[in-house]
Design a protein around this ligand. Structure first.
Ligand SMILES: [Fe+2]
Ligand SMILES: [Fe+2]
Length: 346
């Protein structure tokens, strides 16, 4: 592909004129405003999804996909909701609605937007896993965790949507410079980061402040100061550091320091175990063959607790042998879910 002389020039124009950014889908806006703490709220959410033919078709179609391993035909949104649970369904539906608003651009040589889904879903799952080590009084709601994980890199999707050449150049450079953090490369190429681009977009969409902070600050060095009182930002940041480059490359794999664990009220002694778990998760999601061995939804999405007797890690994350089936019972559904989400957008 021929690269323009000034990568990101189209991007700058688009961000100078916020009106040129895609509008938030109405369904996402309504879902965001919904409270799920009453039966009426839950019913309203299901009705909203049902009334959106595209979203409904995708949810039902994929609830019936072999990856979900359900032995009966699912035709209604209530049954589909039982597969995920209400809170996760809400986050996933918002994620699908917002991301699919921008998924009409083709994949380029070095970036396929569907890989961003694998990455975002895995980050959300690792965030959920890490959050279970936080005391309940400071732990964010699972709904928020999933939304934050799914949307944290929406700036990369926006970049791809707004300026295909700039997107290709960024992912090309990420491959050429495998040790250089993504934000350094972005600043050099465009003078702005995907965090900034994404934050502009979600601010334009009037998403909750916590999500705007997650999108804008998840790679920041000053999270403790800038996102005070919003543990979601540190959760994303830690999940990115724990995971190897996965789905997309951001080159964020590094040690989490003690003060970062303390910010979440997590004992740093758990660091190695959590790191091993995240690493194993990524390896297994990539390596597991397609499976029909899908557990029930209640055991999906990192429900296990690190430190329990049933889960033990013998070696540091980076040296673990690939494919060791330590978490196969948990990871089969994770793999299925990632596949399911990918399928939703195809
Ligand atoms: Fe990022
Ligand atoms: Fe990321």
């Amino acid at each position: 592909m021929e690269i323009s002389r000034q990568p990101g020039s189209k991007l700058k124009l688009a961000l100078d004129n916020l009106g040129s950014l895609p509008a938030i889908p109405a369904i996402a806006q309504k879902l965001l405003a919904l409270q799920l703490d009453t039966e009426a709220g839950e019913a309203q959410m299901l009705a909203l999804i049902e009334q959106d033919p595209q979203l409904f078709a995708r949810v039902i179609g994929l609830a019936n996909s072999s990856a979900m391993g359900v032995g009966r035909k699912i035709n209604d949104i209530q049954s589909a909701a039982m597969l995920l649970g209400m809170k996760r369904l809400k986050a996933v539906a918002i994620g699908i609605a917002t991301m699919s608003k921008m998924d009409n651009q083709p994949a380029v040589k070095n970036f396929d937007p569907h890989d961003l889904w694998s990455h975002s879903m895995t980050v959300a799952i690792v965030m959920n896993m890490v959050s279970r080590e936080m005391p309940k009084r400071v732990r964010p709601d699972e709904n928020q965790i999933f939304l934050a994980g799914l949307l944290h890199d929406i700036g990369l999707m926006a970049l791809h949507f707004l300026d295909l050449e700039a997107s290709e150049e960024l992912h090309h450079q990420l491959r050429l410079q495998p040790r250089r953090p993504i934000c350094d490369i972005e600043m050099e190429l465009f003078g702005m980061t995907h965090g900034h681009i994404g934050a502009q977009l979600v601010q334009h969409w009037q998403l909750p402040k916590e999500i705007i902070e997650v999108v804008g600050l998840h790679h920041s060095h000053d999270i403790a100061d800038m996102a005070l009182g919003n543990p979601l930002v540190r959760l994303v940041n830690i999940a990115e550091k724990l995971l190897p480059d996965f789905g997309i490359s951001e080159h964020t794999y590094e040690a989490v320091n003690e003060s970062e664990w303390y910010e979440l009220c997590i004992d740093p002694a758990l660091a190695e175990e959590l790191s091993a778990s995240a690493n194993e998760l990524a390896i297994q999601v990539v390596q597991l063959p397609d499976t029909h061995d899908v557990a029930q939804p209640e055991v999906m999405l990192g429900q296990r607790k690190v430190g329990q007797q049933t889960i033990r890690h013998a070696a540091p994350a980076v040296s673990r042998p690939a494919g060791k089936p330590v978490f196969s019972m948990m990871l089969a559904p994770v793999k299925a879910l990632v596949k399911w989400i990918n399928g939703l957008l195809r």
